[in-house]
Design a protein around this ligand. Structure first.
Ligand code: FE2
Length: 504
C-alpha cells in the first residue's frame, strides 16, 4: 500500500468514527453524583474521579528517606485524567483526556522535587474546553454532536505514555499522532508529523528505545501497519508500511530484538463510541488465537506469524535472539479479557468487579519451524518493565506491579512490586501494604553503572488514607527493603498508565 492510500484509509477511519456522533446521546445522567457516592464507600477509587481543566503544580514535595545525591532528572507519567464535563462522565478508564505528570529531581541530599501536571492540549481538548462539553465519542462512550472530524487526531486523547526524546516530550496514544510537549513547562507544541504525507499515521504508545538511542515504534489502523524508526536526534530514519495479519485488531505494545520487531496481536477489536447501554468498548474474539507477528526491522515484509492459544495481552517485557536463532519473548497475558471488557468500565462507574488476573509468560518463538513454546508463571502482575538500556538484549530481571495472596489486607488492586529472575524463575517482592495502590514502576540506571540491578526502581503509589500520590525510589538490589526515599504530593493524581525517566 502506498503512503497516500494509507493516509486516506486512516482519514476514512476517522470519518467513520465521526459518524458515530450521529447516534443518540445519553441523557445528562447522575453518573458523576453516583461516582461521588461510590468514593465515599471506597476511597481508593477517588483517582478515577479525574481532574478539571486546571494545571497541577507543586514546587516542593514533602521528602522523606535518603535521596541519593546523584539522582537527578525528570520522571514523566501519562494517563487518562479528565472524565467529566458538563454532566457527562466517560464510561471507560481508557477514555479520559491525557494529562502528563512531570516530577523534576534537582539532585543532592535534600533535592528540590517539583511536580507539574498538564493536560495534553489536543485539538479535541481545545474544542471541548471551548464548547464546555464533550464533543467526541470515546472508548465506551458515545457522544452526540456534529463536531467535525478530520482523521483520528480529531479525537486523539494522547493519554497512554510519555517519553522525553531528542529534547521534547512525546505524549502518546494508540490510534493517532504523538503530541510534542516542551520539557520546560509541558506546553503542548502539537501533533508530530514525522514526514510530509504521513500526518496522523498512528504512532502507538509503547515505542522502544534501543541501546543506541534509536526509537522504534509501530502503528496500526484497519488493515494497515506502519513501523517507525527515529534516530537519536528525533529525525525519521524510515517508515515502512505493510498489512496486519489481524485487521482492525488492537496492537498495543511491541518488543524489539537486534533484527526484529515482535508484536503481539490479541484477539480483540476496539470500538470508539460504543452503545452507552452495552458498556462495551471492545469485542473479544475468543475463537481467534493470540498472534505474535515477528517482522524484520530492515524489511517488515519478511515476517512470520506465530499462533498461540487465545489470550489477552497488553504488554511485553522484552525479547532477544537466542544462539539457535529462536526468539525469547517475555510478556504479560491473561486467559480472559475481563479487565478490558468489564473492569475498566465498572471502575469508572464506581463498582469495580474482578480484575481477571494476568501473569508473566515466557515464549520461545522458533523462526525456522514456526513453532512456539510458552511457559506461564504463577503470579498476578501488570506493567512489565526491564532495564531501559537493555531493550532487545537478554535480560535477567523483569519488574512488574503485582498482587498476591497473604497480603496484610484484602488487596484493593496492585499493592506490591515483583522482580522476577527470568534465569532461575524466582521472584522477589515488596509489599507496600494495605491502603496503598501501586502504579507502574520503572528501572532507572545509576549514573555510570552497567549491571541490570545497578539501578533504582522509581514509581508512584496512591495513599488511600491520605488521598495523596507519592513518588517512591527503591534500590533494585534491595527490593525487599522498600523505598529508600519518598516524595509526597499534597494532592492525589488520577491513576495513570506509563512513564519514563530522563536523567539530567
Ligand atoms: Fe500500555
Amino acid at each position: 500500500m502506498q503512503r497516500r492510500d494509507f493516509l486516506i484509509a486512516s482519514l476514512r477511519a476517522g470519518a467513520a468514527f465521526g459518524a458515530a456522533n450521529a447516534w443518540p446521546a445519553f441523557a445528562l445522567s447522575p453518573e458523576g453524583r453516583a461516582f461521588d457516592a461510590a468514593i465515599a464507600a471506597q476511597p481508593w477509587l477517588k483517582p478515577f474521579k479525574g481532574v478539571t481543566d486546571q494545571d497541577l503544580r507543586c514546587d516542593a514535595l514533602t521528602l522523606s528517606g535518603r535521596w541519593p545525591a546523584d539522582f537527578r532528572g525528570r520522571f514523566y507519567r501519562n494517563g487518562p485524567a479528565l472524565y467529566e464535563r458538563d454532566g457527562q462522565r466517560y464510561h471507560h478508564w481508557f477514555a479520559g483526556d491525557g494529562m502528563v505528570q512531570q516530577f523534576s529531581f534537582g539532585g543532592g541530599a535534600r533535592p528540590a522535587v517539583r511536580h507539574l501536571g498538564r493536560l495534553v492540549r489536543t485539538p479535541k481538548l481545545a474544542a471541548e474546553q471551548q464548547a464546555g462539553k464533550f464533543l467526541y465519542s470515546a472508548y465506551g462512550t458515545k457522544i452526540e454532536s456534529d463536531a467535525p472530524t478530520q482523521g483520528t487526531d480529531s479525537f486523539n486523547v494522547a493519554n497512554t505514555n510519555a517519553i522525553e526524546h531528542a529534547g521534547r516530550v512525546l505524549a502518546m496514544w494508540e490510534g493517532g499522532s504523538a503530541f510534542a510537549m516542551r520539557p520546560d513547562d509541558l506546553a503542548t507544541l502539537g501533533p508530530v508529523t514525522w514526514q510530509e504525507g504521513l500526518a496522523q499515521m498512528p504512532f502507538s504508545a509503547h515505542p522502544k528505545l534501543d541501546a543506541h538511542g534509536h526509537l522504534w515504534n509501530f502503528g496500526s489502523a484497519g488493515r494497515n501497519l506502519v513501523v517507525w524508526h527515529i534516530d537519536p536526534a528525533g529525525r525519521l530514519v524510515d517508515a515502512q508500511i505493510g498489512e496486519t495479519p489481524y485487521p482492525g485488531g488492537m496492537a498495543h505494545d511491541a518488543a524489539i530484538t537486534e533484527r526484529y520487531i515482535v508484536l503481539p496481536l490479541p484477539p480483540i477489536k476496539l470500538h470508539f463510541g460504543e452503545d452507552a447501554a452495552s458498556g462495551q468498548a471492545f469485542t473479544y474474539e475468543a475463537n481467534e488465537p493470540l498472534r505474535i507477528l515477528v517482522m524484520r526491522k530492515d524489511d517488515i515484509a519478511q515476517r512470520r506469524v506465530f499462533e498461540l492459544p487465545s489470550q489477552m495481552v497488553f504488554h511485553v517485557g522484552n525479547a532477544h535472539e537466542r544462539a539457535d536463532g529462536s526468539i525469547a519473548l517475555s510478556f504479560v497475558g491473561s486467559p480472559t479479557p475481563e479487565f478490558v471488557m468489564n473492569t475498566a468500565s465498572s471502575l469508572l462507574a464506581g463498582h469495580p468487579g474482578s480484575f481477571g488476573g494476568s501473569s508473566t509468560q515466557l515464549a520461545v518463538l522458533d523462526m525456522r519451524s514456526g513453532r512456539v513454546r510458552v511457559e506461564s508463571m504463577n503470579d498476578i502482575v501488570e506493567f512489565p518493565r526491564v532495564h531501559p538500556l537493555r531493550n532487545g538484549l537478554d535480560t535477567r530481571w523483569l519488574l512488574t506491579a503485582a498482587t498476591w495472596a497473604g497480603s496484610a489486607a484484602k488487596p484493593l488492586w496492585f499493592h506490591g512490586l515483583q522482580l522476577r529472575d527470568l534465569r532461575t524463575g524466582r521472584a522477589q517482592r515488596y509489599d507496600y501494604g494495605p491502603q496503598t495502590v501501586v502504579e507502574e514502576h520503572i528501572l532507572v540506571p545509576k549514573p555510570g553503572a552497567q549491571g541490570e540491578l545497578d539501578a533504582w526502581l522509581l514509581g508512584t503509589t496512591y495513599d488511600v488514607k491520605r488521598g495523596v500520590t507519592r513518588v517512591n525510589l527503591l534500590d533494585a538490589r534491595h527490593l525487599a527493603d522498600g523505598p529508600i526515599a519518598q516524595a509526597t504530593l499534597p494532592y492525589g493524581l488520577p491513576y495513570g498508565f506509563h512513564g519514563n525517566f530522563t536523567a539530567a
